[in-house]
Design a protein around this ligand. Structure first.
Ligand SMILES: [Cu+2]
Length: 691
């Protein structure tokens, strides 16, 4: 049997049904039982940030620290708790504050799809997926039937008014039955964005990306090589203490695939990336006094492999595999105004995950289907010795350095994940689902090896100073979920209820006043006349996350349909009375779609409730609820040419997203420490031409 995740074949079109599926397809989000695939080329948004597309999937949201730094959130978990893969490969960001989250290396205009695993992710799709998994798939071109080379491609251009942003993308493919070549380039840039009441400073951005690909096919065998060069220029991250000066990176992968349809699939790949990053607190935002100028140079070197085999039989399939991923991080802070100042922030901080898994998909007769998986990961972490000017001048900083350097910094975790999921097809239209899992996440290098109180937290953007703890334990989630997929003639909906109890959840907690980190921060406050709150330390606590999400669609007739998403999530501590930090407020999106001939239009209302369940530990501020209205439309002029345009935030509503962070840069229009506002009204347009 061919492995087929959709099983009952209930593909749900969330928006209107396809009109001319032969060419630029019209499905925006196609839903299967356990994934949501966003057909990127068909969504009429022109955001520079791929992560923004995630909001179209139930349960998903985005923590935004700047215009191109969206960090995926899924059911209240975010950052390194979500596994992101780019064509099946991992990437560890160079930025210690995740200014370059893995998903930021996906190029929106070249994506074939953005797939979000719904709820519990299979053990085969990601090594560590305590909070879910996302897979971004890039177009590589198609092998053809003949020996004559055929050239195809796509040119996409878009622009938006809110920040005078634009994006240009060209991909060209040349292929025959044996070879395929790809050449692609993307450029995007924008100015500071407007909100009702001023500008967000700095929120400009600038990025280029170049890709090369080559594939070779012989019978059931395919070889594919891809290379990408990412060049991000000066880009604001107003929710963080510094802005991006640059990201320069090489990404490459080499994949062998054997695919005998319905019998055997083998995938063997080697991949890596070398990412360089610079950021400062003086080049894009108002600079502090010369003594406080800071520049941070950081690198990430990544290397990984996958060896996965799927064997099909009458009742299902066995998938077995090994995978490995090694990331090494360096980060150094200096002050160009004071050559003697330095901080070795992270020195060769390594994290290696070696995994082995076995997964079984099984059909029990006509109605029942099950998926069972077990995975073992060995996670090894280590870091070199550190130093810095503060440790030479302040006894508490010296104590922190010496304790770190004399500690046994090599740590090893042995994590066993288990997954069991089942589907019961009750009728032609209805299928029930239940899943149970145990998932681990070992601590990140920041959580273990941040030795000096700093804000290097993988983008938490809570404004708090943190130190790590080398001896942190892995987080363990015990998760159950339950749901229904209904696909009738007019109505489709797929609600899910979930509950996850997380032991050893890693969370910043207050330190003893006599701890050297606290003494250091208080000493700095005395010296500089500042009032930074006491630092937090990453600690294992207990937490629970639970909620409900659903997408739905109602088709009135040929032309009109309604669709929407409902999300509700709660995150709480179990060890003390407190809520978790930066959890998406309850929200819903309702969309009215109209389609006729080669025209279609959408009217969208996005509603967010207030978030008053905030983390006292993270000194988190509440946010008010809000609603915004968006309009969009498209015209398929010819089978090759599509024009699209729209307005987002039609009524120029002033609002602040709870996931948007606090302003950290001097700005006459927004106080430091206030929530960053959402963008004002934006007109946008897109031209897409295929050849
Ligand atoms: Cu950075």
């Amino acid at each position: 049997m061919r492995r087929n995740r959709s099983y009952v074949g209930m593909a749900i079109a969330i928006t209107a049904l396809p009109l001319h599926a032969d060419h630029i397809e019209e499905l925006v989000v196609s839903a299967r039982h356990d994934t949501r695939t966003i057909e990127v080329s068909d969504t009429i948004t022109v955001s520079a940030d791929v992560a923004q597309l995630l909001k179209q999937a139930p349960g998903a949201n985005v923590n935004s620290n700047g215009p191109i730094t969206g960090i995926p959130q899924y059911r209240g978990m975010y950052g390194p708790r979500i596994a992101t893969s780019l064509d099946g490969n991992q990437l560890a960001p160079a930025g210690p504050n995740w200014m370059d989250p893995p998903i930021s290396y996906a190029v929106s205009a070249q994506l074939e799809s953005l797939e979000i695993y719904r709820g519990i992710a299979p053990v085969s799709v990601a090594q560590e997926s305590i909070g879910g998994a996302i897979d971004a798939r890039t177009r590589h071109g198609e092998f053809t039937g003949g020996s004559q080379f055929q050239v195809a491609g796509r040119v996409t251009g878009s622009a938006q008014s809110v920040n005078n942003g634009y994006q240009l993308d060209t991909d060209v493919y040349a292929s025959n039955y044996r070879h395929r070549f790809k050449l692609a380039a993307m450029a995007q840039a924008g100015d500071d964005a407007e909100f009702p009441g001023g500008e967000i400073l700095p929120s400009e951005y600038e990025r280029q990306r170049y890709d090369l690909g080559y594939g070779y096919r012989a019978g059931d065998h395919t070889l594919q090589f891809n290379y990408g060069y990412n060049d991000t220029g000066e880009t604001g991250t107003p929710a963080l203490p510094m802005d991006i000066d640059y990201f320069e990176g090489d990404l490459y992968d080499f994949t062998y695939r054997f695919d005998r349809a319905g019998e055997l699939e083998v995938v063997a790949s080697v991949y890596g990336s070398n990412l360089d990053h610079g950021m400062t607190n003086y080049h894009l935002r108002q600079a502090p006094g010369p003594a406080n100028w800071r520049q941070n140079i950081a690198t990430s070197d990544n290397l990984g492999f996958n060896l996965h085999t799927t064997q099909y039989d009458e009742q299902g399939a066995w998938t077995f595999g090994f995978d490995g991923f090694l990331a090494e991080h360096d980060s150094n802070i200096d002050n160009p105004k004071n050559p003697s100042f330095f901080v070795v922030n992270f020195n060769a901080a390594e994290r290696e995950v070696l995994g082995v898994f076995l997964e079984r998909d099984h059909d029990f007769g006509e109605r029942w289907r099950g998926e069972f998986g077990v995975r073992y990961n060995r996670v090894t972490a280590d870091a070199g010795k550190v130093d810095g000017t503060p440790a030479m001048m302040m006894p508490p900083a010296q104590a922190l350095r010496d304790a770190f350097n004399s500690a046994d910094r090599e740590q090893r975790d042995h994590n066993i994940d288990l997954v069991a999921r089942g589907w019961y097809r009750a009728s032609e239209h209805t299928s029930w689902y239940a899943g149970i899992a145990r998932k681990h996440r070992s601590p990140s290098y920041q959580e273990r090896y941040l030795w000096l109180p700093l804000e290097a937290t993988a983008g938490l953007a809570d404004g708090q100073l943190y130190i790590g703890d080398i001896r942190l334990q892995p987080e363990v989630s015990h998760l159950v979920e339950f749901g229904l997929d209904y696909g009738g003639d007019r109505l489709t909906l797929s609600p899910r209820l979930y509950y996850s109890s997380v032991d050893d959840y890693i969370q910043g907690t207050p330190l003893d006043p006599m701890h050297p980190a606290t003494m250091m921060v208080r000493g700095m406050n005395n010296m500089n006349g500042t009032a930074r709150p006491d630092p937090l330390q990453f600690t294992n606590v207990d937490a629970k996350l639970y909620g409900f999400d659903m997408d739905w669609a109602w088709r009135f007739n040929e032309n009109w349909s309604l669709s929407g998403i409902v999300n509700y999530v709660r995150g709480e501590r179990r060890d003390v009375e407190d809520d978790l930090y930066r959890i998406a407020p309850p929200n819903t999106t309702i969309r009215l779609n109209y389609a006729v001939g080669h025209w279609r239009a959408g009217f969208e209302n996005v509603l967010y409730a207030r978030q008053d369940q905030v983390s006292a530990t993270n000194r988190e501020q509440e946010t008010a609820g809000y609603g915004i209205v968006n309009l969009d439309g498209s015209w398929q002029v010819t089978p090759r040419l599509q024009l699209a345009a729209g307005v987002s935030n039609l009524f120029d509503k002033a609002y602040a997203s709870h996931l948007g962070g606090y302003n950290r840069a001097a700005n006459p229009d927004i106080r430091i420490g206030d929530r960053l506002p959402g963008y004002g009204t934006s007109l946008f347009a897109r031209v897409m031409y295929e050849f």
